[in-house]
Design a protein around this ligand. Structure first.
Ligand SMILES: [Zn+2]
Ligand SMILES: [Zn+2]
Length: 266
C-alpha cells in the first residue's frame, strides 16, 4: 500500500470549499481520506458549533466510491475540549470513521491561533496549551492521531530552546499518546507555511525517546493545491531522524507502510 495524505478538508468543513473530485484527480492510485471539522464552542465565544453533516458526507463518499474504485475513506478532525468530551463521544458513537484526529484548537475563550506574544506571553501560552493537550490525550483515548502539536504556537516565533520549557509536559503527552497507539502527525502546513519545521525535528526525537513509532505526514489542505504539501521534505526529515515507516489508519486501526523513497517534489 502507498502512503497517503491523512489530514485534509472539503466543503464539508466550514473553512473549505474544496471538492472530493479535485482531490481524487490528484491522488490517482492511492487512498483518499478527508478529516472534516468537529468543534464545539462555549457560549462565551459567540461562535456556532461546527458539526459535520455525517449523512451527507457518507452519501457523497458512497456515490464517488462507485465511480472511483472505492478509494475514499472517512475521517474527522475533532477539536477536543474537556467540557464537551461527552458530546464528542456521543457524536462519534456508531459512526464508521476510519480515522479520528485530535486537535486542540481553543480553550473555551478564544482560538489559539488568534493569539501571539502581544496578547499572551509565550510562557503562559505554552503552559496553557500543553496542559489542555495532556488533558486531551488522557480523556480522548479513541483518537488515532495527535494533530498539529504546535497549533497553539503557529502565531509565535520560537526556538526549540523555548519549547523545551515544557519538555516534561510534552514527554507526558507523548508517553500517554504512545500508550494509546496515538500517532504523531507531521503537519506540513505548520512546518512549512508557519515555519515550525524545527519544532517538529525536536518532537520526532522526543516522541521516539518515549517509544513512539507511529508517524503520519499530512498536509492539512483546505484547497487541492496544498494536497501533499512538501511531503518530500517531511519524508527526508523523518529518514534523517531514523524513521523508516509511516502509519495509515483504516477502521481506526494503524498499519505500517514504508516511508516513500521517491515522491514528486511539490
Ligand atoms: Zn486543525
Ligand atoms: Zn485541519
Amino acid at each position: 500500500m502507498h502512503y497517503y495524505d491523512q489530514h485534509m478538508h472539503t466543503h464539508f468543513s466550514p473553512d473549505s470549499v474544496e471538492t472530493f473530485e479535485h482531490y481524487l484527480e490528484r491522488s490517482a492510485g492511492k487512498n483518499l481520506i478527508t478529516t472534516e471539522h468537529l468543534d464545539f464552542f462555549s457560549t462565551e465565544q459567540a461562535s456556532d458549533d461546527v458539526i459535520p453533516d455525517f449523512d451527507g458526507y457518507s452519501a457523497e463518499i458512497e456515490r464517488l466510491n462507485q465511480l472511483y474504485g472505492n478509494r475514499i475513506l472517512k475521517g474527522i478532525e475533532v477539536g477536543f475540549t474537556h467540557p464537551d468530551k461527552e458530546r464528542i463521544q456521543k457524536f462519534l458513537k456508531d459512526k464508521d470513521y476510519d480515522l479520528i484526529l485530535m486537535s486542540i484548537h481553543h480553550n473555551g475563550k478564544y482560538g489559539f491561533m488568534q493569539l501571539s506574544n502581544d496578547d499572551v506571553p509565550l510562557e503562559n501560552q505554552l503552559k496553557e496549551y500543553y496542559n489542555l493537550m495532556l488533558q486531551g490525550v488522557r480523556e480522548f483515548k479513541n483518537a488515532n492521531v495527535l494533530a498539529h502539536f504546535d497549533f497553539g504556537l503557529r502565531s509565535y516565533e520560537l526556538s526549540v530552546a523555548e519549547l523545551r520549557i515544557v519538555e516534561p509536559k510534552l514527554m507526558e503527552i507523548f508517553k500517554e499518546a504512545v500508550q494509546q497507539d496515538m500517532a504523531l502527525e507531521l503537519n506540513t502546513r505548520s512546518m512549512y507555511r508557519y515555519g515550525n519545521a524545527h519544532l517538529y525535528e525536536y518532537a520526532i526525537d522526543l516522541y521516539r525517546s518515549v517509544g513512539g513509532t507511529l508517524f503520519t505526514v499530512s498536509s492539512d489542505a483546505h484547497v487541492v493545491e496544498d494536497y501533499e504539501l512538501r511531503f518530500k521534505d517531511a519524508f527526508t526529515m523523518l529518514r534523517e531522524h531514523g524513521v523508516d515507516q509511516l502509519a495509515v489508519f483504516q477502521k481506526q486501526q494503524p498499519t505500517f507502510v514504508e516511508l516513500p523513497q521517491n515522491v514528486s517534489a511539490q
